[in-house]
Design a protein around this ligand. Structure first.
Ligand SMILES: Cc1ncc(COP(=O)(O)O)c(C=O)c1O
Length: 415
């Protein structure tokens, strides 16, 4: 007997969902099943009204005075404090600024600046590529630095921690599979070797409970455009633990990271705290959208939200296994729901056209080389019936071989 749920079960689960009202806070068209919030979250309705107000009032009327009156100049910190609350940090430890990659670059330098005599950066071969590229950028300047990678230089990352390790850059959640790493355990091991840890939380912020203090990481970076729904290209964030404030330097020493930007001094003097990770002017309109994304989380218990995400994720995996397994669909994500952030990544020989056929049916996920179909599970707006319907669409596409149509086999730039 199959143990998967029926459509009626899914309808009943939606009726009992304590987060069902949250979907209305997003611009999501009827009929769209959005399973790409692990890449770009949908638009919170409030982002539109907030940005409109900013444009019509603060920009059009307030002009430059809005740097003070609308708080633009300090938005890096105002938003940073709100992100901190969500991720188990204190006020003053997080700034919202720049792209994630830039923040990786700055925090790598910051950590290295605190570790004289240590000349190794440790990371994962499976890391999001930009993390590895940024490490390459850092080592192209700091010629004495070498890189050791899990998956190339050792099977287990902890075997690479030693007295030469300056910094360990870890992805808390793997972008391809959604697998969660034991950041707390690995950080303890890295610290025991005297290394510092940077946690990349792009795929965990807003998806799973994150607690920088409990995990004891030294620095962290992450983006706001995925599960935090801050909008395309929204500024990212950077965390520096208070114990390190005033002790690190980073090379992108722009005036916003200066201790007194409006004194216009000729030499750089580092700002207090996490502000030392700032560089220059930030996109106020995008910052407003980040605020609207954070508003959605204001009344949310992240532990409860994560539990709903696990139920959705388990349901999707069970249905897909039963219905689509016979058509060559396999699991790239860990099968155990407790080991993933909700995301379900599936393999199929024709994963790319299958995903295009799903998108044509308005079930939106994405594809990663060579054969991985990623389905993001964001419990803020996904319903149990969406999950049931998405699995059913996948089954139909495979059964009918709809994916064979030429239009689904055209390679897009963004997959
Ligand atoms: C884990 C991870 N790190 C870093 C990045 C890069 O982010 P950005 O484009 O903001 O530099 C991404 C983007 O998806 C990511 O998933």
């Amino acid at each position: 007997m199959p143990n998967t749920v029926s459509r009626e079960d899914a309808i009943a689960m939606d009726a009992n969902d304590e987060f069902s009202h949250k979907r209305q806070e997003f611009e999501l068209e009827d009929g769209v099943i959005y399973m790409c919030g692990n890449s770009l979250g949908p638009m919170p309705k409030k982002a539109f009204s907030d940005m409109e107000k900013t444009m019509k009032h603060d920009w059009a009327k307030g002009l430059i005075t809005s740097q003070n009156t609308a708080g633009w100049f300090m938005m890096t910190d105002i938003l940073g404090d709100r992100v901190a609350k969500l991720l188990g940090a204190d006020k003053g430890e997080v700034v919202v600024t720049d792209a994630t990659g830039l923040n990786i670059y700055k925090t790598l330098h910051a950590a290295i600046s605190m570790q004289p005599g240590r000349n190794t950066i440790v990371c994962e071969t499976s890391s999001f590529p930009t993390d590895l590229y940024m490490i390459e950028g850092v080592t192209s300047l700091l010629r004495n630095m070498q890189v050791k990678l899990e998956g190339r230089d050792a099977d287990n990352i902890e075997d690479l921690f030693n007295s030469d390790t300056a910094v360990v850059l870890l992805n808390q959640v793997d972008y391809r599979s959604g697998e969660i790493r034991d950041i707390k355990g690995l950080t303890a091991k890295a610290h025991a070797a005297g290394a510092l840890v940077i946690s990349d939380v792009c795929h965990s912020a807003g998806a799973i409970p994150v607690d920088f203090h409990d995990e004891n990481v030294d620095f962290a970076i992450g983006c706001t455009y995925k599960y935090l729904n801050g909008g395309p290209g929204a500024p990212a964030f950077a965390y520096a633990a208070r114990r390190h404030h005033g002790k690190f330097t980073q090379p992108l020493t722009g005036w916003h990271g200066h201790a007194a930007p409006f004194k216009f001094e000729q030499s750089y003097r580092r700002a207090e705290g996490a502000r030392a990770l700032l560089t220059g002017s930030q996109p106020a309109l995008s910052q407003i959208a980040v605020g609207a994304g954070l508003d959605v989380y204001e009344d949310i218990d992240i532990n409860k939200l994560y539990n709903k995400g696990k139920k959705l994720s388990a349901m999707f995996a069970d249905l897909v296994e039963e219905w689509c397994g016979p058509y060559g669909v396999g699991f790239y994500s860990p099968r155990d729901v407790n080991r993933r952030n909700g995301q379900v990544s599936l393999t199929h020989e024709h994963g790319y056209p299958v995903m295009q056929a799903m998108i044509a049916r308005r079930v939106i996920g994405d594809f990663r080389q060579p054969n991985v179909m990623r389905f993001g599970i964001a419990p803020l707006y996904l319903r149990y019936t969406d999950i049931w319907n998405a699995a059913n669409h996948l089954r139909e596409i495979l059964q009918t071989e709809e994916w064979q149509q030429d239009r689904f086999n055209v390679q897009n730039l963004v997959t």
